[in-house]
Design a protein around this ligand. Structure first.
Ligand code: ADP
Length: 158
């Protein structure tokens, strides 16, 4: 059976931390679906089109990677895609506490889906999309934090 994993996130914007988790884990699975989740309660900084565009650009030509968007429960999306693994990155103990809650609830809802965690590379432990957004809002240079080849434009209406 194909080992399909879903890597869910908002990727607002995609960072080198996300890219690293994706590139390190791709060989663990037959297929990795990067799933851009649309959270109805959360207004994103970058548009869905921009976020999908960057992911598509970044992983174009990667046979095992698919980019998708979804709304609703991640476990439902996994079921639809035949995915038995949810991939998440861990930076800090705060991440762990947060992920433990979600992972255990997911496990209770769908016992045959396993959440798999990868520790982030030490140099990305403090890197988050929200910090990148803050730097950008304040006119700072975020290039070293985002994957090569991606250009972010500052928004003035956020
Ligand atoms: P979410 O809103 O679901 O947390 P994100 O796009 O912020 O979405 O993150 C998606 C996944 O990427 C999460 O598992 C998160 O822990 C992981 N991640 C985010 N930043 C990093 C990083 N710097 N290093 C490793 N993993 C990261």
């Amino acid at each position: 059976m194909e080992r399909i994993a879903v890597f869910p996130g908002s990727f607002d914007p995609v960072t080198k931390g996300h890219e690293s988790i994706i590139r390190r884990s791709v060989n663990l699975f037959d297929k990795l679906i990067i799933a851009l989740g649309e959270n109805s309660g959360k207004q994103s900084y970058f548009s869905l089109e921009e976020r999908l565009g960057w992911l598509n650009e970044l992983f174009a030509g990667e046979q095992k990677i698919e980019i998708a968007r979804y709304d609703g429960l991640t476990v439902e999306f996994c079921r639809k895609k035949g995915a038995k693994y949810i991939l998440r990155g861990l930076r800090t103990s705060a991440d762990f506490e947060f992920e433990r809650g979600i992972g255990q609830m997911n496990k209770m809802m769908v016992p045959d889906i396993e959440t798999v965690f990868l520790l982030c590379e030490p140099e990305y432990a403090s890197l988050s999309s929200s910090i990148v957004r803050d730097i950008l809002r304040n006119g700072g240079d975020v290039n070293r934090f985002i994957p090569a080849g991606i250009t972010l434009t500052r928004k003035f209406n956020h």
